[in-house]
Design a binder for this molecule. Structure first.
Ligand SMILES: NC(=O)C1=CN([C@@H]2O[C@H](COP(=O)(O)OP(=O)(O)OC[C@H]3O[C@@H](n4cnc5c(N)ncnc54)[C@H](O)[C@@H]3O)[C@@H](O)[C@H]2O)C=CC1
Ligand SMILES: O=C1[C@@H](O)[C@H](O)[C@@H](O)[C@H](O)[C@H]1O
Length: 338
């Protein structure tokens, strides 16, 4: 029997995941959709054969829903995830797991009380082929012990609603997860440097930013976030070790020769860049949820990313090096990770 999924939040990525669940991954069907914009939920429900619901609470409680996918706005995630865990239903939550670290801890406590993993957090880069190759190489010791990591996260542009804090909370949260996963170490402090802002920005926005992180083992990482770079969606990561350096490959695109030039296209959109990773991530979720459990990035990863995010936002305000305030990791979350 296929996994009957209820989706909460049918905005940009919610619609992407509904399409993915309906036409790409196997073993699942979308049976319920809720969105604050009820007309949107109704339109999508009609198009997919699902039911439209007035609220996420209704979706989670419905006996026909086996598992829940949360793609509503960040501040609403914690309540939906807590309700899903209370109902004993596997739940996929887009990043962030919650906007407050205390809410992430409540989710962790609820999941531990349940006794089995139910929560997967949407850090899809762990399913990207390039990042997975990079991790295998680092884990195999091919570049020796890692010492430094250089990352960049560039978006062509962002809407006026984007704030300077979102450079961390919305954007660099992916690099924070990647760093913790690649290095298998927690981040212990954050600092933010603010270069001359681009003139192609909104007045309120500090863009670009350079975030500096230190891990428990002394690895230093710099993350450039530049969300109005104009030219494309450019994700970079290079790990430098004691005996070598390894770089995330760019997406494969043909080299084109013409007009006395040799050029390669740069992708312009995160959906294009990480499409395959999203497909693999949601397939892995469906497979695990069908067994009544979860896989991949867990609630602890969601908590750690939010805790580092809080320190980084504080560092942006104060320009100081800010220690990350993190609880000890419960034994429940020390198993092998994707
Ligand atoms: N993994 C990734 O690369 C990406 C992750 N995201 C994450 O996905 C989440 C959603 O982002 P977008 O789709 O871009 O936002 P969006 O604003 O396009 O969609 C959010 C939807 O949730 C609905 N909503 C809000 N509160 C709700 C509630 N209480 N109950 C039901 N529906 C509710 C809104 O009406 C809206 O339709 C965010 O947390 C964002 O950070 C977004 C884009 C990429
Ligand atoms: O999660 C995402 C967006 O919310 C965010 O705004 C973008 O900067 C990221 O590249 C994308 O992956």
């Amino acid at each position: 029997m296929s996994l009957r999924v209820g989706v909460i939040g049918a905005g940009m990525i919610g619609q992407e995941h509904i399409r993915r669940l309906t036409t790409v991954v196997t073993g699942a069907e979308v049976v319920a959709i809720a969105d604050l914009a009820t007309d949107r939920a109704e339109r999508l429900a009609a198009a997919t054969g699902a039911r439209a619901h007035a609220s996420g609470t209704e979706v989670i409680a419905h006996p026909d829903v086996h598992a829940v996918l949360v793609t509503s706005s960040g501040p609403t995630h914690a309540d939906h995830v807590l309700a899903a865990v209370a109902a004993g239903k596997p739940v996929f939550c887009e990043k962030p797991l919650a906007t407050a670290a205390t809410d992430c801890l409540r989710i962790i406590q609820a999941e531990i009380a349940h006794g089995r993993r139910l929560v997967q957090v949407g850090f899809m880069r762990r399913y990207d082929d390039g990042y997975r190759r990079l991790k295998r190489l680092v884990d195999a010791g091919d570049i020796g012990v890692p010492l430094m990591v250089h990352c960049a996260h560039r978006n062509p542009t962002v809407p006026v609603s984007y704030t300077s804090e979102m450079a961390m909370l919305d954007t660099a949260i992916h690099e924070v997860d990647v760093l913790r996963w690649l290095l298998a170490e927690e981040i212990v402090s954050a600092q933010v440097l603010t270069p001359r802002p681009t003139r192609r920005r909104f007045e309120h926005l500090q863009d670009p930013q350079i975030m500096l992180f230190e891990t428990a083992g002394g690895v230093r990482a710099d993350v450039e976030v530049f969300v109005n770079c104009q030219y494309g969606y450019d994700i970079r990561c290079e790990v430098v070790g004691e005996t070598g350096a390894a770089r995330l490959p760019d997406p494969a695109r043909p080299a084109v020769r013409g007009d006395a030039r040799d050029s390669t296209a740069v992708v312009t959109d995160w959906r294009e860049r990480f499409g395959d990773a999203f497909d693999a991530e949601i397939q892995a979720w469906v497979d695990a949820a069908s067994e009544g459990t979860a896989t991949g990035p867990d609630a602890w990863d969601g908590y750690a990313a939010t805790a580092v995010g809080d320190a980084t936002v504080e560092a942006l305000k104060t320009r100081e090096i800010v220690p990350v305030d993190m609880e000890p990791r419960p034994a429940f979350y020390t198993g092998a990770q994707q």
